[in-house]
Design a protein around this ligand. Structure first.
Ligand SMILES: CC(C)(COP(=O)(O)OP(=O)(O)OC[C@H]1O[C@@H](n2cnc3c(N)ncnc32)[C@H](O)[C@@H]1OP(=O)(O)O)[C@@H](O)C(=O)NCCC(=O)NCCSC(=O)/C=C/c1ccc(O)cc1
Length: 351
């Protein structure tokens, strides 16, 4: 500690300044606009594809809770600046914390994140997420639990965690397990990317609006003066389109997905896919098998079990269970794959 006169005051002053700086950063990383009874929150870290840091999550939590209490707020719109809605949790502090053995800091992060996911899943006011770009990992948790999710031709959705030695979290065991058939197992285990049309087809998105019409849609939403979701729904319906699925879309293969991804174990899923490949070889099956082979084997196993358990649990229990799983993964108790993946990132060199 500094022993010079006023040293303590200097430290307090510095701490105050740091707190102010953090507050200002979180305020500029989540922009807030007010349009009569509508609040528009914009994730504003475009250079990091709006990856969520702890300050952003705390700020969002604070804003969502305040709006719920505020009778003048009827609708909350969430969107992202730049080419992403949100590419997930900020990987940089995660890498630093895990590599330095500070798994509790990572656990603290997900505590806030899952709390926000729960607040959104149980939100009493209408909420619209505009997914005009990349939506991955934590970005899915921030939007899919909400009432309305608008995809566009720019949307790219994925839960890429099994390739990282993690598992689809942020309540994914709840929302993936509720997709048609075993599509959720397919999306969660392979990390397959979905476009806006596929999101709409499987129910991850509630509407599809061409990006050129978003400005005018938002202007109409600003006129909403009620928390009744049917009013918002009527406005969204007037803008929504039903795009064709691309010819090679995985959603056309729901029958194969159901046959294979309904199997009891990861080994049986791969075996079933290989069986399908011998009958009708095609790029989609080989890509799918390759994705599973590249993923962390232990991640695949815990992800499958998580989605299967999620089928029988509410969102709250799913998030609590995922929190316990995340702590085990951060501690390296299940396998070292996650830590090894992080160590392999070139970024570790600069820590
Ligand atoms: C396919 C992407 C989305 C786009 O690729 P791209 O178009 O070639 O763009 P870049 O990869 O060049 O990304 C642009 C910038 O955004 C940065 N970025 C792009 N996602 C990110 C990102 N999740 N973070 C932190 N910078 C990023 C990326 O590092 C890069 O920064 P820079 O090199 O300085 O320009 C690619 O960026 C990508 O794979 N991103 C990671 C997606 C992902 O795996 N998301 C789920 C992460 S797992 C998770 O959410 C858990 C988080 C967690 C966190 C903390 C905890 O304590 C606990 C848990």
């Amino acid at each position: 500690m500094c022993v010079c006169p006023g040293g303590l005051k200097g430290k307090e002053g510095r701490e105050e300044e740091e707190t102010r700086a953090v507050k200002m950063a979180s305020h500029s990383q989540v922009l807030v606009e007010e349009k009569s009874s509508v609040r528009i929150l914009t994730l504003n870290r475009p250079n990091q594809l709006n990856a969520l840091c702890l300050d952003m999550i705390s700020r969002l939590l604070q804003l969502f809770l305040a709006y719920e209490e505020d009778p003048s707020v009827k609708l909350v719109i969430l969107k992202g600046q730049g080419r992403a809605f949100c590419a997930g949790g900020d990987a940089l502090p995660l890498v630093r914390d895990i590599v330095q053995g500070k798994w509790r800091l990572a656990a603290d992060f997900v505590t806030y994140q899952y709390t926000l996911n729960y607040v959104l899943a149980t939100y009493s006011k209408t909420q619209v997420s505009i997914l005009n770009g990349i939506v991955m990992g934590g970005g899915a948790g921030l939007s899919i639990h909400g009432r309305f999710r608008i995809a566009t031709e720019n949307t790219v959705f994925a839960m890429p965690e099994t390739a990282l030695g993690l598992f689809p979290d942020v309540g994914a065991s709840y929302f993936l397990s509720r997709l048609p058939g075993f599509f959720g197992e397919y999306v969660g285990l392979t990390g397959a990317r979905l476009d806006g049309a596929e999101m709409l087809a499987c129910g991850l998105a509630t509407h599809f609006v061409p990006s050129t019409r978003l400005t005018s849609l938002e202007a109409d939403l600003y006129k909403v003066g009620t928390s009744d979701p049917s009013f918002v729904s009527t406005i969204l319906d007037a803008y929504t389109q039903h795009p064709h699925l691309k010819q090679q879309s995985a959603y056309h293969r729901l029958d194969v997905i159901d046959r294979c991804f309904s199997q009891r174990t990861v080994e049986e899923i791969i075996y079933a896919l290989e069986g399908e490949a011998t009958q009708e070889p095609n790029d989609w099956i080989s890509t799918t098998i390759r994705a599973l082979e590249k993923a962390s084997p232990s991640s695949l196993k815990i992800s499958l079990r998580s989605i299967r358990e999620g089928r029988l649990q509410g969102v709250r229990l799913c998030l609590i269970r995922e929190y316990r799983m995340a702590c085990h993964v951060f501690k390296g108790e299940i396998s070292k794959d996650f830590v090894e993946v992080l160590l392999a990132f070139a970024i570790v060199d600069s820590l």
